[in-house]
Design a protein around this ligand. Structure first.
Ligand SMILES: N[C@@H](CCC(=O)N[C@@H](CS)C(=O)NCC(=O)O)C(=O)O
Length: 203
């Protein structure tokens, strides 16, 4: 298995999960420019990470890569504890992070993609940041009384949450009072798999 990644991008979630499952893997680091190179566009026509290759098969999209990796090591229970309900809960939070949070970050990181006017870009980024605060509050509520999003063991949703939380801190999204998220962040930073993935990406 080979993971195509850009340091600190959403591909870090798959990198963490690769560490958690303990199967052999290699990585291929890409710069932002290399994402749009003809070579990489053959792998992912979207010009985006993550991409995972397994022999001659290529898989893209965070959600499918994270699930595929979790299924390589069912004993790790990274897709829940084996019951349909816990699997659905993990998918619920992966979906929330991918479709709601991640997409809102695109407006914050790349307002210039959507609008030309600089003051309109600033306005869009500020609205996106305010929306992110509300979305993170839902995750904070979900973490009340729990170590991880779905119970007491980490799942693929937690790896993804950790990545978007890093972005929120870097972009100074207002997370004040969201103490469960702050505790979660510290717990993840102490995790051996998270540490290994961060180190490998030079973060
Ligand atoms: N829907 C895709 C989105 C992937 C995505 O947005 N990747 C970002 C990094 S976090 C990227 O590579 N962006 C480069 C670009 O869009 O130019 C997925 O979930 O895999």
């Amino acid at each position: 298995m080979k993971l195509y990644y850009m340091p600190g991008a959403c591909s870090l979630a798959s990198h963490i999960v690769l560490e958690w499952i303990g199967k052999p893997y290699e990585t291929h680091k890409l710069s932002r420019d290399a994402l749009k190179s003809p070579e990489f566009l053959q792998i992912n026509p979207l010009g985006a990470v993550p991409a995972l290759t397994v022999d001659d098969w290529t898989l893209t999209q965070n959600v499918s890569i994270l699930e595929y990796l979790a299924e390589q090591a069912p004993e790790s229970q990274l897709l829940g504890d084996g019951t349909p309900r816990s699997r659905a809960e993990v998918r619920r939070w992966v979906g929330f992070i991918n479709s709601d949070l991640h997409k809102t970050f695109s407006l914050l990181f790349g307002a210039q993609r959507y609008l030309q006017d600089e003051s309109a870009q600033k306005e869009l980024a500020a609205s996106a940041s305010a929306l992110l605060t509300k979305l993170f509050a839902q995750l904070d509520a979900q973490l009340a009384g729990k170590s991880y999003l779905v119970g007491s063991a980490p799942s693929i949703a937690d790896a993804y949450l950790y990545v978007v939380l890093r972005w929120a801190r870097a972009k100074e999204v207002n997370l004040s009072g969201l103490d469960n998220l702050s505790t979660f962040h510290a717990r993840m930073e102490a995790d051996a798999g998270v540490k290994a993935a961060l180190q490998a990406e030079g973060l």
